[in-house]
Write a protein that binds this ligand. Structure first.
Ligand code: GLU
Length: 343
């Protein structure tokens, strides 16, 4: 679908830097205009308050590693970050505890099953498999080093705020709505505990996880947060180092394989970027060394990914040369000089 839809858009390779600022502005505006009228998908309603979202909302923000923002549409509309928080909490935990512990304690393989699957946990001897599904995200939140649960929440909120470059606050209505209906996440936490896979109290950890999912962000915030991962862990707007370059690398590798629910393979094949989506309609796609796209539009595909967000990212990936797998051959003279003396 993506390939056919984009036949008229020239595929640029990932070799080199982003085009000029004015060109990026124009391409972002074009991608937004192209999909603003697309009416496919459904607004999530399993968390009751999310059903109140306006299906017309659509914001697109590309933030470069130079800190420049290129925006179109509803980039100032706030929505709950939901699953996208998982990516940034994972980065914070990787930064504090390192690659090996997270690999061993949570895992880094896709489950191939829905994000809130209980069967996935049972099929894998209690391993949550990865930090982008709910079980793995709850286990990851429990790993955030802290004196107690309130301190854990404070660290999560402050960490995500550093990624955004501004203080993020909870949307209380979303938090209440999800707290009253998150029975499945509570069950997942108990099941993790029964397998000795949870390093903190189950109910308190689900509460921290629910608060982290309820943090209010905008598409522009997602662009800045993603650009921090594209910039080796330094927020390009504030200049603050948020996490190490290694933690960014680990996070992006995980997002490439697990960021778009059961559609992660399809996404990587079509768009070629590490990314994470959430059920309120947010999407962040990261082009390492270049920048990130933050998108928001609440109409979702059956897996829970924003339809307009995905289509706009496909357009941007192609026209801005973001797809990591699209390279240009090195110029002949450079190849010849590199090979000198080989024969
Ligand atoms: N807070 C939501 C949940 O735990 C996040 C779901 C999502 O965005 O995938 O169900």
């Amino acid at each position: 679908m993506f390939e056919t839809d984009l036949r008229d858009v020239v595929q640029r390779s990932a070799t080199g830097a982003l085009p000029s600022g004015a060109e990026v502005d124009e391409i972002v505006a074009r991608a937004h205009a192209r999909y603003a009228g697309l009416d496919e998908g459904d607004v999530a309603d399993y968390i009751p308050i999310l059903a109140e979202a306006d299906p017309a909302w659509f914001g697109l923000a590309l933030v470069g590693v130079d800190g420049g923002a290129h925006v179109a549409g509803d980039v100032g509309v706030a929505f709950s970050i939901q699953s996208i928080s998982k990516a940034f909490v994972f980065a914070l935990v990787c930064d504090e505890l390192g690659h090996e512990l997270v690999h061993e304690r949570v895992g880094v393989n896709n489950t191939g099953l829905p994000f809130n699957s209980v069967i996935a946990l049972e099929l894998n001897d209690g391993s949550p498999m990865n930090s982008m599904v709910n079980a793995g995200a709850i286990a990851t939140t429990a790993l955030v080093p802290a004196a107690d649960d309130e301190d854990r929440w404070r660290r999560v909120r402050e960490g995500l705020s550093r990624f955004a470059g501004r203080r993020l606050d909870v949307d209380d209505e979303v938090y209440r709505s999800e707290s009253l209906t998150n029975h499945r996440n509570r069950a997942l936490a108990r099941l993790l505990q029964s397998y000795d896979r949870l390093d903190a109290d189950p109910d308190a950890t689900v509460d921290v996880y629910t608060r982290q999912c309820s943090l209010a962000v905008t598409a522009r915030d997602l662009g800045v947060m993603g650009a921090t991962l594209a910039d080796g862990g330094v927020n390009p707007v504030t200049g603050e180092r948020v996490v190490s370059a290694e933690a960014c690398r680990d996070t992006l590798a995980l997002l490439a394989s697990c960021g778009l629910y059961e559609r992660s393979g399809e996404w990587l094949f079509e768009i070629g970027l590490p990314a994470k989506s959430g059920v309120s309609g947010g999407l962040v796609a990261v082009a390492p060394g270049k920048g990130a796209v933050g998108a928001f539009s609440p109409l979702l595909d059956p897996a829970g990914n924003s339809v307009r967000g995905q289509r706009a990212c496909a357009h941007l990936s192609r026209s801005l040369g973001l797809n990591l797998f699209a390279s240009d051959p090195a110029p002949a003279a450079a190849v010849a000089s590199t090979n000198e003396g080989v024969a």
